[in-house]
Design a protein. Structure first.
Length: 462
């Protein structure tokens, strides 16, 4: 059976316009926004769905569900995308409604969330956080710049700035010791040095001003999808595939140099564990190639997500000159944490951070607490966000990949919602916009965004 989730990825690769995002705030603030969203979308309030029978452990939540509205963008024309089955996928698949949550913008709440996790996640110490900001002489963000941080014992780690001109350092997680570290930025445009001070376990910034002007070359973007295609994804695979195709079509219509690739992963009991679709600038051909992706295999609840993420970092040839490097991990099941000689997602997320690759999580229907926690860990560590399919968001039987309560730190109802293709496209646009934004203006710095009034949240600026 072909799933709604897969067509949605095809759709992301295909549509540049027609997406909407609504930021939901307090109940009083949300009322007019929700009314507008419902009027625009034609959706009624979503009700708790029944548990779906996936042939594996059901992980949907039925208690404490908050009703939510989501924008449903008008389907975008896909004329000229391709012919045959892929066009049928994009035209017939319903858009996936999803929510988004940013754990770096709510850093303190995220730590409380981690402290309460009972699932066997891999522990990564993120008690202290420092934003390493690299700017040129004009104060503009400098992306793809390596920044090396060293302690007095000569332990060191090198991180790479993203489009925002920032890299996030978690010194305890990286094995650094002491309270003061040296930081050295060695960009193509110039260099700078500074000191990282750990006066407490909170967060702060290190401003590195290089002695040069930022390059004004072409804006190259590397975009990868790491997709679980085991049998339990059959309910959503068609919509995911369509979402990816819409994204590809959208990016193709913009003045960008975009390379798009994909890793398909399953489990060790299947005919293959990972399959690589190499980065390409021919987005139409890429959309046609992934139109044949089907959901099959799996069996037990966890899948080999670890292998999929590792393949995404090692089998795809990432361009070190890309101003943005983004991977979207789309899954409905947690990783196997019991396999011998398997890559470790906690190691992979550090590798991604070192290379300036952001790992965005997308929790599909039925994702359990362990899987949610893993996706959130990877997103937070690499400066990305987590998205989750809303109940009914991929069809009437979709139990959702998360809820405002369960996915947003245990108590929050403030999150962005919209169609998945729109959310992913908005993330790409936001990353590119960060090149020209003030790199010192950081959501969640010293105060969680969820603790601020709605009109003071940085997210509203985008």
């Amino acid at each position: 059976m072909r799933s709604h989730f897969a067509v949605s990825v095809v759709a992301i690769a295909a549509a540049a316009v027609g997406f909407g995002v609504v930021v939901q705030c307090s109940k009083a603030d949300r009322a007019p926004i929700a009314a507008q969203a419902q009027a625009a979308s034609g959706f009624e309030e979503s009700e708790p769905a029944t548990e779906k029978d996936k042939g594996k452990e059901s992980a949907g939540k039925t208690d404490g569900v908050t009703r939510s509205h989501a924008l449903a963008a008008t389907p975008t024309s896909i004329a000229g995308l391709a012919s045959g089955r892929m066009v049928d996928d994009v035209a017939s698949a319903s858009p996936i409604r999803a929510g988004e949550w940013d754990d770096n913008a709510n850093y303190r709440e995220f730590q409380h969330y981690l402290a309460g996790i009972t699932s066997p996640i891999h522990s990564v110490d993120v008690r202290a956080r420092r934003f390493l900001i690299v700017r040129d002489t004009a104060g503009k963000a400098v992306s793809r710049c390596p920044v090396t941080v060293s302690d007095d014992a000569q332990h060191q780690v090198t991180l790479t700035t993203t489009a925002s001109g920032r890299a996030i350092l978690f010194p305890y997680a990286e094995g650094l010791t002491g309270k003061h570290f040296s930081a050295s930025a060695a960009c193509v445009e110039g260099s700078a040095k500074g000191t990282v001070a750990l006066d407490d376990d909170g967060d702060g910034t290190v401003d590195l001003r290089i002695n040069g002007v930022r390059r004004n070359d072409a804006r190259v973007v590397d975009l990868a999808f790491i997709l679980d295609t085991t049998g339990s994804m059959s309910e959503e695979i068609t919509s995911v595939r369509s979402t990816i195709q819409k994204v590809a079509q959208t990016l193709q219509s913009n003045q960008l140099q975009v390379r798009i690739g994909m890793i398909e992963y399953k489990d060790r009991t299947d005919p293959f564990v990972t399959k690589t679709y190499a980065f390409t600038t021919d987005l139409g051909a890429f959309s046609a190639k992934i139109s044949g992706v089907e959901a099959s295999g799996g069996g037990d609840l966890p899948e080999d997500m670890n292998a999929g993420i590792h393949a995404g970092l090692t089998d795809l040839a990432w361009n070190p000159q890309a101003v943005a490097r983004m991977a979207f991990i789309i899954a409905d099941a947690p990783p196997h944490l019991d396999y011998a000689n398997d890559p470790d997602y906690a190691v992979s997320m550090k590798t991604a951070s070192h290379r300036g690759i952001q790992l965005f999580g997308v929790a599909a229907s039925g994702m359990n607490d362990l899987g949610q926690a893993v996706l959130r860990q990877m997103a937070e560590y690499t400066g990305a966000t987590e998205m989750f399919v809303l109940r009914g968001g991929a069809g009437p039987q979709s139990v959702g990949g998360g809820d405002p309560i369960s996915s947003c730190g245990g108590k929050q109802e403030q999150y962005a919602s919209g169609n998945l293709d729109g959310l992913i496209i908005s993330k790409i646009k936001r990353e590119l916009a960060a090149l020209d934004a003030d790199p010192t203006r950081i959501a969640g710095l010293r105060t969680d965004e969820s603790a601020k009034p709605c009109n003071e949240r940085f997210a509203l600026a985008f």
